[in-house]
Design a binder for this molecule. Structure first.
Ligand code: NAP
Ligand code: GDD
Length: 336
């Protein structure tokens, strides 16, 4: 009998990679999607178009306990990966109320419905290095005190505590992965890495002339999403529920990302990048670098993709996509 997994946020970057990974492992994969997505599959299922005949989708919304309860009541899930969230930090400063409501209540609804209907189902919560915010220690690990700097970060701290509370209060197998930034060719265009690589491609093809960014000195520990979803699965296979940092242990600035990405296309970033205050945040997270030694030791997890490989893969993929759109033959064979 194959295991049944429910993924919330299956249409997102991580959800799509995780669905592929679990299918490869022989799981029956279910996804929770918003009804609007079912109404417009062409546009909203871009990342999972190739999986649509292999996964089972259910309509529900994180804002509705009843819709979540209904989905969970219909199948005896073994594992639940709760990835759905308003995940863009900048947006959380614009509408902190929606971010808090979706992220905190959505997590609470998932936990409460599982407790009621499937207390034996193992639960993964998508925690974040954004919880460390103004960092109290370098590098950051599981025991580093939390100091979130955005409504998004605060919502993730609340989700992290809720997850731990369900573990301690009700004995459920509930874990949080504290994942540092992870990217790839499926990353949303609003995040800085994809904004950079997609604009590099457009500049190279003569479709754009500049790239407007905020703080170039912010530093992040950037890994590849395909590596990180393996860690999520491993966390749910452990004998005892626990929380884990997942990171590469390297940090790079937004400026360094620009330098490499433009160089990959044979360009100098200094000729194209312009600073635009509208992309600066009211409170910034200046430095993130993770210590994943617990995950390496206890889960046997390792990242495989290096920073230059990540940048190269993203630039090549965007060059290919943009070239296809523009009908330019030269770049059609590059990238994945
Ligand atoms: P993403 O690409 O933005 O995907 C977010 C997913 O959440 C989408 O499938 C989205 O559905 C869904 N969603 C949002 N609001 C919803 C709602 N009200 N009801 C139902 N579904 C909703 O994010 P990601 O990069 O894959 O990240 C996955 C999770 O990991 C998120 O919780 C994020 O906060 C967390 N995380 C990400 C990183 C990272 O670097 N990527 C690092 C640490 C933690 P639609 O397609 O319908 O919008
Ligand atoms: N998005 C964006 N756009 N960020 C910019 C820009 C810009 O034009 N210019 C500079 N930055 C800086 C941001 O200020 C931030 O310091 C850094 O680039 C990374 O921004 P994002 O790519 O938007 O990611 P994030 O670090 O805020 O959040 C991501 O990682 C978290 C884990 O640490 C998201 O995936 C979160 O969901 C995730 O939890």
């Amino acid at each position: 009998m194959s295991k049944k997994a429910l993924i919330t946020g299956i249409t997102g970057q991580d959800g799509s990679y995780l669905a592929e990974h679990l299918l490869d492992l022989g799981y029956e994969v279910h996804g929770l999607v918003r009804r609007v997505a079912l109404e417009d599959p062409e546009r909203r299922f871009g990342r999972i178009a190739h999986l649509l005949d292999k996964v089972i989708l259910h309509a529900a919304n994180l804002d509705s306990y009843a819709s979540i309860f209904h989905v969970i009541s219909r199948h005896d899930f073994d594992e639940c990966y709760h990835l759905a969230a308003q995940s863009f930090v900048a947006e959380s400063f614009i509408d902190g109320f929606s971010t808090m409501s979706t992220n905190i209540n959505g997590t609470h609804y998932m936990l409460a419905a599982l407790r009621e209907l499937r207390p034996g189902c193992r639960f993964y919560f998508a925690g974040s290095s954004e919880m460390f915010g103004r960092v109290q220690e370098v590098p950051q690990k599981e025991t580093t005190p939390l100091h979130p700097r955005s409504p998004y970060g605060i919502s993730k701290v609340a989700g992290f505590h809720l997850t731990r509370n369900y573990r301690e209060a009700y004995g459920m197998f509930c874990v949080s992965g504290i994942l540092f930034n992870h990217e790839g060719p499926r990353r949303g265009f609003e995040f800085v890495t994809r904004k950079i690589t997609s604009t590099v491609a457009r500049i190279k093809l003569g479709l754009a002339s500049e790239l407007r960014l905020g703080n170039l000195e912010a530093r992040r520990d950037w890994g590849h999403a395909a590596d990180y979803v393996r860690a999520m699965h491993l966390m749910l296979q452990q004998p005892v529920a626990d929380d884990y940092v997942v990171a590469t242990g390297e940090t790079h600035s937004v400026r360094e990302f620009c330098e490499l990405a433009f160089a990959e296309a044979g360009l100098d970033y200094r000729d194209y990048v312009k600073i635009d205050e509208q992309f600066c945040r009211p409170a910034e997270v200046d430095l993130l670098i993770g210590d994943a030694s617990k995950a390496i030791r206890e889960l046997g997890w390792q990242h495989t993709c290096t920073f230059p490989e990540l940048v190269r893969e993203m630039v090549r993929a965007d060059l290919k996509t943009e070239a296809e759109r523009a009908g330019v033959r030269e770049y059609l064979s590059a990238g994945s």
